[in-house]
Design a protein around this ligand. Structure first.
Ligand code: FAD
Length: 360
């Protein structure tokens, strides 16, 4: 969660005024915006392999670097927590590819982007819809400054908290008796549709598990481990501030079966002329086909509807540091009427819940 260094705060409240979450009016989005939709698949298989969907983001980074621009996106740090990095070369950009299912710390990205734009460089920023909105609020209405800014976000299911990811990874590392050396949340080893979490450990062990079974991904997809602000997200709609919104093209097998080789396909929503121009520039590097919006979104509707906050969300975070993580994740991934009752929060149900979790 954002915090202010009170010792340096002069009380101007600019941080609150420019926050797209605290102050919806700090950024305005037209609700009349109907984006153009495309199916996109990078022609280079190696590029697609490193990305979560059809590899559009890597192509956008390559294009930006070729213009002499800078790219900002999410990468792992040495402890596999996630933060935004500034990249100037194609080599550096490799670390940005692939979805990371935990909050990315923006650090000084907004200030660095302002400085890059000020010196006339093109900038590609990729992040969650709220991070893109935050950037626009930070830069204000200076259109001249934003001329060479390109933003892409994604249809966002919601973002798991960093604490959940940290606890989960500690558990896996303990099980393997080794620190992790490499992680992918979206390995395509068992196919794109049956994507898996892949953790390589320094002692050469490997953990590979489908999203259907892995406890971290199950809890994420059941909405239990998301950050609090995600349950009240105003960007779960087609109205985004980004030039492009990227997504998995679930359902491509019904619309363009010939584009589905189970190695990933992207759905791209173009919101602005800049977005259309960007996609036009990728023309030679990917298979690009326009699609109708409604059928294209049929299998991704979840990311556009308001999230309801699960009963167990509060108790899950209460229990996170108190109980063995393996039992905790197993218990919360299963929903039932009785489990909901045990998540109510009073001392009596808490005791019963803890007993039930420890016995499971
Ligand atoms: C938390 C999260 C939830 C998502 N939910 C959905 C969904 O419900 N439906 C759907 O269709 N697609 C969703 N996506 C997007 C999807 O997984 C792909 O990232 C997207 O389609 C782009 O894929 P790509 O192949 O073009 O490039 P990729 O190389 O996969 O794109 C990666 C880029 O996405 C950005 N990114 C990755 N992780 C984070 C992060 N934690 N915070 C901020 N930015 C990040 C980065 O800048 C990164 O470099 C989600 C992604 C994330 C990170």
């Amino acid at each position: 969660m954002p915090t202010a260094d009170e010792s340096r705060c002069n009380g101007c409240k600019l941080c609150i005024k420019s926050c797209p979450i605290c102050h919806a009016s700090s950024v305005s989005i037209s609700s009349k915006n109907i984006p153009l939709a495309f199916a996109a698949v990078a022609s280079d298989y190696d590029i697609r392999k490193t990305a979560s969907s059809g590899g559009v983001f890597p192509l956008l980074t390559r294009h930006t670097i070729s213009l002499g621009g800078t790219v900002y996106g999410a990468q792992f740090d040495e402890h596999f927590m996630v933060s935004h990095a500034r990249c100037e070369t194609w080599q550096e950009c490799q670390a940005l590819f692939g979805s990371k299912y935990t909050q990315s710390d923006l650090g000084r990205s907004y200030a660095n982007i302002k400085s890059d734009l000020g010196s006339g460089r093109a900038v590609l920023f990729a992040g969650t819809p709220c991070q893109v909105a935050g950037l626009h609020a930070y830069l204000g209405i200076n259109h001249k400054l934003k001329e060479k800014l390109f933003c892409c976000d994604f249809l966002c299911h919601g973002v798991p908290s960093g604490r959940t990811w940290q606890r989960y990874l500690q558990w896996r590392e303990k099980e393997a008796d080794s620190p992790a050396s490499d992680i992918s949340f979206r390995s395509k080893q068992n196919g794109w549709k049956n994507y898996s979490i892949l953790i390589n450990f320094q002692n050469e062990q490997q953990y590979l598990c489908s999203y259907k079974k892995d406890p971290f991904l199950r809890i994420f997809l059941a909405d239990v481990s998301l950050r609090e602000c995600c349950y009240n997200c105003r960007f779960r709609s087609l109205n985004h501030l980004a030039d492009l919104t990227l997504a998995d093209f679930w359902g491509i097998w019904k619309i363009y079966p010939d584009l589905d080789d189970d190695n990933g396909a992207s759905l791209v929503l173009c919101h602005t002329d800049k977005g259309k121009e960007l996609m036009h520039n990728l023309g030679g590097d990917c298979e690009l086909r326009q699609v109708e919006l409604k059928p294209a979104l049929k299998y991704n509707r979840g990311a556009l509807q308001k999230l309801s906050r699960p009963w167990g969300r509060t108790s899950f975070f209460d229990d996170l540091d108190a109980l063995p993580i393996d039992k905790l994740f197993q218990w919360y991934r299963h929903k039932s009427f009785w489990r909901n009752i045990l998540c109510r929060g009073d001392e009596m149900t808490k005791k019963l819940r803890h007993r039930s979790i420890l016995k499971s």
